[in-house]
Ligand binder design. Sequence first.
Ligand SMILES: Cc1cc2nc3c(=O)[nH]c(=O)nc-3n(C[C@H](O)[C@H](O)[C@H](O)COP(=O)(O)OP(=O)(O)OC[C@H]3O[C@@H](n4cnc5c(N)ncnc54)[C@H](O)[C@@H]3O)c2cc1C
Ligand code: FES
Ligand code: FES
Length: 496
Amino acid sequence: MPVQQSIRFILDDQVVELDFQQSGQYTPVTTVLNYLRSLPGHKGVKEGCGQGDCGACTVVLAEPDGRGGLSYKAVNSCLIFLPMIHGKQLITVENINEEDKDHHPVLHPVQLALVQHDGTQCGYCTPGMVASMFALYKNHRNPAKEVVEDALSGNLCRCTGYRSIVDAALDACKVKDNDHFSRNKEQVIEKLDALYRNTETIVIQTGNHTYLKPFTMTEALKLRRENPDALMITGATDVALLKTKKHLHLPKILDLSGLDELKLILEDHHRIVIGAGTTMEEIREYCISRLPALAGILHVFGSLQIRNMATMGGNLMSASPIGDTLPLLIALHAKVRLLGNNKQRDLPVEDFITGYRQTDIHADELPALILIPKPKKNVIIRSYKLSKRTDLDISTVSACFRMVLTKENKVREIDIVYGGMADRPKRAAAAELVLKDELWSRALVERAANQLEKAFQPLSDARAAADTRMIMARNLLLKFWLETGRDDLNEKKETD
Ligand SMILES: Cc1cc2nc3c(=O)[nH]c(=O)nc-3n(C[C@H](O)[C@H](O)[C@H](O)COP(=O)(O)OP(=O)(O)OC[C@H]3O[C@@H](n4cnc5c(N)ncnc54)[C@H](O)[C@@H]3O)c2cc1C
Ligand code: FES
Ligand code: FES
């Protein structure tokens, strides 16, 4: 197998070739944050939490968008292993501005706006804030305030307060995008295309680390078969925490983020098909008009930096009881397509998740696609997430309800699935049974809610006590009824 042992990316407008064996300083699980901070002139990027929660480490990754332009994504450099940036442009706060002909620095519009609006005090959050604002500037002209707030929800500022920062971002994004990045776009695309043209598998071996990064599905399946002990990653937003938070040794990694075959969203008359390597932000944008319940859940999924890296495949494979997309995938009867060597299996997501962070994946298989049946017009779907904060917080309890009513307002089909109530996202079968074929009424919903105690024995933890979780689950079902049911119509139907 032809392999490459180094990675290449653009930093400060230069192509950097990093050979891990020669450098001796870095391993393949060195984070981009630690790499940057080891370089002269790149201490702008800061470490706050080291786990994706504060945004102080935000940088921007640019790559060809396939439409002749570049996509710019704000990401948390503390959660990205170095080989994940192969073939991309890494943009830090140090090279956002430019110089005039006398070599005096000229602030970028986002930096200038931050100064003019007094958007910085101690300055610790500022480089990360500038990186997020820069990505916003590259992606939006005159964005709505909610778009700005969403783009900044992954950046904590302890001292300035957000009003001046949000105002600065709104102002900066009014001006025409005419920075040195847009002027040099063609050259950057050319350089990145040249880096990517060589798609030989990257194999990095340093001391006690092995890192495998294939670029085709065939090669990925082969590596999976030969290395069943390798820890798979795509966005690494879960896995990186094993290193940065738990300080575990990760001896062997199979990085699937280079597989374009896993980055897709398609649809036909019957279903929406999502590649396992598609990011949550791409899915959110696609689903706003096509599957609003999923877009709604993704709107409160992590932060934009997390959504720019986190994938549907990673969420599914982490099989967490509080994985936010899982209740919806189960309620909508979604399936996962698993590819193995010369075989393919389609499994309902409900059966695929077999226990606490357990899945029914075979040692030679990879999840390739998530197949979501397209809801017909008469299907009512609602997803809810309860957490201590709206933004950048994981669920305490979540739920997805899917329902079809008859003309007589009776429940023809009902799916009730909760997250955070058991060892895995789980269906409340007894409650569904109470509702099935009955009139969709408040009294009935309260009877169904009484069944939840039989179905679930939730845990008490730092987020909520068991009885609080039970009340939350009950109230979510009642909320669903309040949003979709009307007893006055039932009374009318009965008198008719
Ligand atoms: C700050 C922060 C906020 C978060 N907020 C949320 C939230 O609001 N809601 C939520 O549900 N989650 C949240 N998460 C968790 C995480 O972002 C999600 O679970 C995400 O979907 C994981 O995707 P990933 O591609 O990053 O997975 P990775 O970290 O790469 O992997 C996760 C798991 O999936 C496996 N895996 C990954 N890719 C593949 C593949 N292609 N084939 C086979 N196995 C694979 C890995 O081995 C691992 O077990 C958050 C994480 C952080 C750090
Ligand atoms: S250091 Fe806090 S998000 Fe990276
Ligand atoms: S300026 Fe001090 S944390 Fe934001």
